[in-house]
Ligand binder design. Structure first.
Ligand SMILES: *Cc1c(COP(=O)(O)O)cnc(C)c1O
Length: 847
């Protein structure tokens, strides 16, 4: 029999239905026909590991729900449930335990893989001969691991090498093995860490001296950025191991960094493939693909980074000082990611993915470091990392991008000595913008590389052509829009029924008592009326907005208005309160300086949930503070003052940002605000702000509304007397609007196409300001084939006047009507008369 092996690994999303197994077995058969023997490594069926983790996180017994899931799986795969009797007994025992030690946790978490293994071996053997391998017979952990016991058991490492004796034991053509777990020296179950099945596959490939590893996932391969964040991200067809490792370590999620090293050391190529599209090329990792010229291959972002800045004059010329500092981290079991040092300061970053960063641990860290240095902890940072080869050679280009961020905080910059990566740590809300700018300059705008595949946006567009998807309102009404454009372009057109649909969706959040529409997103009177008539209050930020509201509603309805200004003159607050409008205060000095304005009034306080930090030295030197909100530390003093002055605090408010797709966000804000109840006992309103994200970029999944509602209902259960308020802007109006503009001229400069429109950043500034991505189509030739890419630009004298970069477009001519989608929010309201060019007018679509 041949000794040529291939190791194929399939992840949880690819192994959960019998249909998927048809594809998998087809791959196996193909390989066998080509003369290879196959070891197939699989993860647990979708949903099992998450449920098992819940037991560990919350202590709840998850037995019933898992038993149910297994029943369904057994039915789907037509395998008798009786074969699992012993496994279920074991699960039951583990679920009964109130506390699990490390080994019991490993036993519990590996249950998903073991049960999946039994399921599919039974399934496959109905039609094909497959042999089972037990990873505990093959993969044993190294004994010289000096990490803490938790890591040794739950994130174990193995030492492996090509092993002909073991290979001799395998006499069949096709083996199947569960991934993720292994054995320690005394035979107990240990885990190989997150995505451990990738690592199992790599280890086995080394043992078997395999010719290649195939990692089958549900994505097309490794991209030059997170495509959900940057749709122009390109598929990387060929990568060196080092680059892939750096990408995986800096935020890429396609393959686990630990699985790359064994393959690299043994020169085994890794093929990353999409199990939904087996014919697609994917990404290949090989030594031969090591770059020879300076390049950047990917821009990655990691969120939830915590910085610790340690400052002391003692560190200067002091032997052993740094070692004392780091001993504290070691004691607390915290792994340090980035380090940057200066004469009297060391700043390090802690990655939430590798560390358990509870407030308790951070407080302990601060306590233990305090005798050595001044400590500042900055939470909610993000790390933006460039991965490539000889990045230093591109310093000029990188500097030109970073320079435009001069007024933002870049907390630390680090560059690896191997010159394979450079990282910037910034505030979380700046990270996407920086990543987009760097990606654009270092990847999108550079000449095509032959190791780049299509962009994510292209792939999605190609696929959506073959799928029937529900048409948007503007696709259904194309001809009317073309007619409107002939007469009125450039113009924004709004579709009111789309707004009503979004309102219905919003109202599915039964946990929320009142909604207010943040009208700065779109203040067109008919839009406002439609929203107001459907029972949504209006949130205003200026006297102008208040006036606009009073034009569309009876004066007697002012109680449905909110006023949330920021650094506004005191007269505006006075006026709003006199009119009876609920007002939100976001600066305590207003109350200290002008108590008479607020005496005997009820107001809401806007708090700062501690995003970034105003107390860090970099901030102080930059003279910057977070503009919004009252810091929590101010509350005791403020509470006393309000009591003395008879200022009633009826509500607490926070708004953290825009376009948020993490459904946990608002529940976190609610709990943060609830901490303020101890100071302000009359509070009956908690306003968790807006920022609800929409599907914006191709591939976005949108916000999970039922999960959002569930999390808020849980909050309400805990605080039954509190009224929950929410104030979305974008969510209600973004999809309802399009911008129509005629093409003025087209141009070709080398390979770069330009399509010029009659309006640009004066009508829509989001692409220039935030790097926002809007779908752009030639509405006059909607069905024509896109045969080149062009930058879509406006007529302003300003090189930032760009609406879209490298967009696939059909042959386009002057006079064509171009449509820019999803511009109902922050389009017209942010327009300007820059260059003395009037921005696009606003129209309502009437069918
Ligand atoms: C802008 C704003 C909102 C709305 O934000 P969206 O991202 O449009 O939902 C809500 N509350 C306040 C205080 C705002 O400033």
């Amino acid at each position: 029999m041949t000794s040529r092996w291939r190791v194929l690994k399939f992840g949880g999303s690819s192994v959960s239905t019998p249909e998927q197994w048809q594809t998998i077995l087809q791959q196996v058969t193909d390989n066998i026909h080509q003369g290879y023997r196959v070891l197939l490594v699989h993860s647990a069926c979708y949903g099992l590991t998450n449920a098992l983790e819940e037991k560990i996180k919350t202590g709840h017994s998850v037995y019933k729900s898992i038993e149910q899931r297994l029943n369904t799986l057994a039915q789907d795969f037509a395998v008798s449930i009786d074969v699992f009797t012993e496994d279920l007994q074991q699960l039951h025992q583990l679920c009964e335990l109130s506390e699990l030690n490390n080994y019991q946790q490993a036993e519990l978490l590996s249950w998903g893989e073991r049960i999946t293994h039994r399921l599919i071996i039974n399934h496959i053997n109905k039609t094909q001969e497959a042999h089972s391998l037990n990873p505990k017979d093959w993969l044993t952990t190294t004994v010289d691991d000096h990490r803490n016991p938790h890591s040794r058991v739950l994130s174990a490492k193995c030492q492996v090498q090509n092993n002909p004796q073991l290979q001799d034991k395998l006499q069949h053509q096709f083996y199947v093995m569960p991934g993720f777990f292994a054995a320690d020296e005394s035979g107990r179950t240990v885990l190989l860490g997150r995505s451990g099945s990738d690592t199992s596959a790599a280890y086995m490939a080394v043992l078997l001296n395999a010719e290649r590893i195939e990692i089958w996932t549900d994505v097309d391969g490794i991209f030059s950025a997170n495509p959900h964040q940057i749709p122009e991200a390109k598929l990387l067809l060929r990568l060196s191991y080092q680059e892939a490792r750096e990408i995986a370590a800096s935020g890429g999620t396609v393959i686990h960094p630990r699985s790359i090293l064994p393959a690299e050391q043994n020169n085994i190529p890794i093929y990353i493939k999409n199990s939904l599209r087996p014919e697609a090329p994917g990404t290949i990792l090989k030594h031969e693909f090591s770059p020879k010229k300076p390049r950047v291959s990917a821009v990655n972002t990691r969120h939830q980074v915590t910085l610790v800045s340690m400052e002391s004059v003692n560190m200067w010329h002091q032997a052993g000082f740094i070692s004392d500092l780091f001993a504290v981290y070691k004691d607390l079991g915290l792994s340090v990611d980035l380090i940057s040092t200066a004469q009297t300061n060391v700043t390090i970053s802690l990655d939430a993915a590798d560390n358990v960063l509870t407030p308790y641990i951070l407080a302990k860290l601060k306590d233990q470091l305090a005798p050595l240095c001044d400590v500042t902890i900055i939470a909610n940072c993000s790390a933006v990392t460039l991965v490539g080869y000889r990045i230093r050679a591109m310093a000029d280009t990188i500097a030109s991008v970073v320079a435009t961020f001069a007024d933002q905080r870049i907390y630390i910059t680090t560059q690896s000595t191997n010159d394979l990566n450079q990282t910037f740590v910034v505030d979380e809300d700046q990270a996407d913008k920086l990543a987009r700018a760097l990606h654009e300059v270092l990847i999108t705008r550079l000449p095509e590389r032959d190791d780049f595949g299509p962009s994510w946006a292209d792939l999605v567009a190609r696929r959506s052509k073959t799928k029937t998807i529900t048409q948007t309102w503007w696709q259904q009404n194309r001809q009317q829009l073309l007619d409107l454009a002939q007469q009125h372009s450039p113009c924004y057109v709004y579709h009111l029924d789309t707004i009503s649909r979004q309102i219905d969706k919003l109202k599915s959040l039964t946990a929320v008592d009142r909604f207010f529409y943040a009208m700065k997103a779109n203040s067109q009177p008919d839009v406002l009326s439609r929203i107001y008539q459907q029972g949504i209050g209006l949130e205003t930020v200026s006297p102008g907005e208040i006036r606009r509201c009073l034009e569309i509603m009876p004066k007697s309805d002012v109680a449905t208005l909110l006023f949330t200004p920021n650094f506004a003159p005191i007269e505006e607050y006075q006026l709003a309160l006199q009119q009876g409008i609920t007002t939100t205060i976001d600066n305590p000095s207003l109350l200290y300086l002008h108590p008479h304005v607020f005496q005997n009034q009820s107001v809401i306080l806007r708090l700062d949930p501690g995003h970034g930090s105003g107390h860090h030295r970099y901030v102080r030197t930059a003279g910057e503070q977070s503009k919004f909100g009252i810091p929590e530390s101010e509350l005791p003093k403020l509470a006393t003052w309000c009591q003395q002055q008879n200022i009633h605090i009826c509500g607490l408010h926070a708004h953290t940002g825009s376009g948020i797709l993490d459904h946990q966000n608002w529940q976190r804000i609610a709990h943060f605000l609830a901490r303020g109840l101890r100071y302000f006992t009359d509070v009956r309103i908690i306003n968790v702000g807006g920022g609800l994200g929409i599907k914006e970029n191709p591939g976005d999944t949108g916000l999970n509304f039922s999960a959002l509602n569930k999390s808020l209902l849980e909050f309400k259960k805990q605080y039954p007397s509190i009224e929950l308020w929410m104030e979305p802007g974008r969510f209600l109006v973004a999809h309802s609007g399009v911008l129509l503009a005629k093409v003025t001229q087209t141009k070709l400069k080398g390979n770069q196409g330009y399509i010029g429109l009659e309006t640009g950043m004066n009508s829509l500034i989001r692409p220039a300001l935030y790097g926002a991505w809007h779908n752009i189509v030639n509405l006059s030739r909607l069905d024509a084939v896109c045969n080149y890419t062009a930058n879509i630009v406006g007529p302003m004298c300003e090189s930032g006047d760009i609406l879209g970069i490298d967009r696939p477009m059909p042959d386009t001519q002057a006079g064509d009507v171009v449509l820019i989608a999803n511009t109902g929010a922050y389009g017209a309201t942010m327009a300007s008369r820059y260059n003395l060019r009037e921005p696009a007018q606003e129209l309502i679509f009437r069918a």
